[in-house]
Design a binder for this molecule. Structure first.
Ligand code: MOS
Length: 717
């Protein structure tokens, strides 16, 4: 079923189930420990052995030799798979560095061996007995030093003449911001159980994108995709780190083959930062020129980042293409080549650090203009995509977000910089706007009717986001049954291929796919019972058609499959989500320590399918923003080329005490273009901007502007 704008009035506009705050249907399983995560699937395959992954001790060079004789003789060892004995695997399969195989080492903690043993402890002990000799090569690990060699990743986006307009602007800002590398730090590590039955491979794994990853694992291992099954019903967080197959899946498969029995692997926590992907650091130069009334005349955002060969940098400029008007524009992305681990998607890749540049530069501009930063943003609200007047926004309510937030947060009480003090605490408020795209992508589902009950099957994943619940709500609404009559099965590659969880496209795309399958099922019910399923009313387990009543249960057993695809209206409009973020901080006048007091995010993301789970999404994203602003940083050892603080002891993330009060407001909006439910994603919107609001609040408190993230106390002394 193809969906094109405008959606018009539909059953969701009178919804009884969709749009209501609904506790997660998987919640009781999760809080009672009964939702099995990949490593806990003890019952799916008998005789599971344990795999331990060995990571390279150098960042660049070659394996000269590996001696596994002692390890092989260690107690409990069943098999050892070593990199030099396998052709390089995985490069180009949605990753840029090989996942395993060969002699070449391209990054620290690249997987070089997997020891399979009867117990976890035996595998770990034996792994320590492997002797590896390396030929160490020269690598480039210093991002600021490599910046001069960076090349454009794409043609710069230019409109008007920035170079001519900027020097003429009466008020100018020219600031450079740096953001560090970051790691996903999800609760559940990458984990897989692999089992072979003849040529058939099953992976019980933690993965965001089942259909992509099924294709990828088949290509990586050189087997037929029809012989591969992935199952991922529960995922303990992904944040982009589980969009692809990683070494745990590849080595569980190879280990299981070598051992002749199922093998389970959880990637060890200290391996994750260097073995898998990370969010790359950025260096962002923002130049903004304005008239003395605040109208922006020229805006340039140049961003430098890095990656391994073949990969792009962290593209921090996307929001700058959308947020503010201004005729003369220059937006450019440069990428340097480094020998650090591969950089790749982490929650709102690009925009998350991009707001830490643009939205602080806007604050600096407001101060230079002696203007309220909210009024400055409202004054520069564009009518259509800047530089592209032919492209309207599908639905954009940023101004409403800003005004509503200002009122709710008490913005009028904001004082001049460094003027509000309570004892030793300097108090400040900050604001930032937020933008994140809301793409949709094809998504299929199968819906079964079983005597009045509904079963939904799709390979969509729930990475902690609430997919189970919003899918159940969609099916209940469309089929006219209570939520309790719906069962949702997710994450199995034998089910219809969904959009998966990424880029905050999951909610709108997967529910559209379920809706399409339900429409198909309604038609089948009508054909069987003798009415037109498209025009009948389905409610409370009954159907009213042609002034007659039917029982849904009378249709017996039926099954329908369909997919949602999204038509040209998506291309004719800019479909995005918007937010206004507010923050109040207290900064210790003597130690420079920042303590958050309050945070508020006002979100504009179309219909909110489930305000309860959406709120949780935004709150979680706000917490990650606190990390980005104040504490998170993968520290690069520039001599040896690794992230040195590669575990949760050395990589600091926020805890509850760091985020005492968070508030979320959703505007009551509908996006007629995005799809049949008129709903957009929010999971990544919430990490786009709150960090900048924190930075701006610290400036308001202290009068000191630090442009180098994270904003740790030492930088204020
Ligand atoms: Mo997201 S970074 O596409 O999981």
């Amino acid at each position: 079923m193809e969906f094109n704008a405008p959606a018009g009035t539909n059953l969701f506009d009178q919804a009884k189930v969709v749009g209501k705050s609904t506790p997660r249907i998987d919640g009781p399983l999760k809080v009672s420990g009964l939702a099995p995560y990949a490593f806990e699937r003890h019952d799916v395959a008998e005789n599971q052995a344990y795999g331990w992954v060995v990571g390279s001790g150098i960042a660049k060079g070659r394996i000269a030799s590996m001696d596994v004789s002692e390890a092989k003789a260690a107690p409990g060892v069943i098999a050892i798979v070593t990199s030099p004995d396998v052709e390089p695997l995985g490069k180009g399969m949605m990753c840029y560095a090989p996942l395993f195989g060969g002699h070449e080492i391209t990054h620290y903690h690249q997987a070089i061996a997997c020891v399979v043993a009867e117990t976890f402890e035996q595998a770990r002990a034996a792994a320590a007995l492997i002797r590896t000799e390396y030929e160490t090569g020269d690598g480039a690990f210093d991002f600021p030093a490599a910046k001069t060699g960076a090349v454009l990743s794409d043609d710069p986006e230019t409109f008007g003449d920035f170079d001519a307009a900027f020097p003429k602007a009466p008020v100018q800002i020219d600031s450079t911001y740096t953001t560090p590398a970051e790691t996903h730090a999800m609760m559940e590590p990458h984990a897989t159980i692999a089992a072979w039955e003849g040529d058939k491979l099953t992976l019980w794994t933690a993965n965001q994108m089942i259909a992509w990853s099924k294709t990828a694992i088949a290509k990586i291992l050189g087997i037929d995709a029809a012989n591969v099954r992935l199952d991922s019903p529960y995922v303990g967080g992904g944040f982009g780190g589980k969009l692809w197959v990683r070494a745990d899946a590849v080595l569980a498969a190879l280990g299981a083959k070598a051992a002749g029995r199922p093998v389970k692997i959880a990637l060890q926590r200290p391996m994750i930062a260097n073995n898998t992907t990370h969010r790359q650091g950025t260096i962002q130069r923002l130049r903004i020129g304005a008239e003395s009334n605040g109208k922006i005349t020229a805006i340039a955002h140049e961003n430098w980042s890095y990656n391994v060969k073949g990969g792009d940098g962290e593209a921090a400029t996307a929001q700058t293409k959308k947020l503010y008007a201004g005729d003369n524009r220059l937006i450019a992305e440069y990428c340097a080549r480094l020998d650090l681990p591969e950089g790749n998607a982490m929650r709102a890749p690009g925009e998350a650090p991009g707001h830490l540049g643009l939205e602080v530069a806007m604050d600096e501009l407001a101060i230079a203009l002696d203007m309220c930063p909210i009024e400055l943003r409202i004054l520069n609200e564009p009518d259509a995509v800047p530089g592209n007047p032919e492209k309207p926004f599908s639905d954009r309510n940023l101004v409403r977000c800003l005004r509503k937030g200002a009122e709710r947060f008490g913005w009028s009480k904001r004082a001049a910089p460094a003027t509000r003090r309570e004892g030793r605490w300097l108090i400040g408020m900050g604001v930032a706007a937020g933008y994140r795209g809301s793409p949709t992508t094809e998504s299929a589902a199968r819906v079964k009717l079983l005597d009045g009950r509904i079963v939904v099957e799709t390979d969509m994943t729930d990475i902690g986001t609430g997919s189970y619940t919003i899918i159940a709500q969609t099916a209940a609404e469309t089929m006219g049954v209570p939520l309790s009559a719906v069962t949702v099965e997710l994450g199995d590659s034998d089910f219809s291929a969904s959009a998966g969880s990424g880029g905050q496209w999951g909610a709108s795309s997967s529910t559209a796919g379920v809706y399409a399958a339900c429409v198909n099922l309604r038609r089948q019910v009508g054909d069987k019972l003798g009415f037109n399923g498209d025009t009948a009313t389905f409610a409370d387990g009954k159907i009213i058609a042609d002034n007659k009543r039917f029982d849904l249960a009378d249709a017996g057993h039926l099954s329908a499959e369909d997919s949602a695809s999204f038509g040209s209206s998506q291309k004719d409009h800019d479909v995005g989500t918007y937010a206004a973020h507010f923050c109040e901080v207290a900064v210790d006048a003597y130690t420079g320590e920042t303590r958050l007091r309050r945070m508020l995010s006002v979100c504009d993301a179309g219909r909110i399918l489930n305000p309860l789970s959406a709120r949780s999404q935004v709150i979680g994203a706000m917490v990650m923003s606190v990390g980005m602003a104040l504490m998170e940083e993968l520290v690069v050892d520039k001599r040896h080329g690794l992230f040195i603080n590669h575990d949760l002891a050395g990589y600091e993330v926020p805890v509850h005490a760091d985020t005492p009060q968070q508030d979320v407001i959703f505007l009551d909006t509908l996006d007629e273009v995005v799809g049949p439910l008129k709903a957009k994603g929010v999971g990544e919107l919430g990490i786009c901007g709150p960090g900048a609001a924190i930075a701006n609040a610290i400036y308001n408190a202290t009068g000191i502007r630090v442009r180098d993230y994270p904003l740790t106390l030492d930088k204020y002394l």
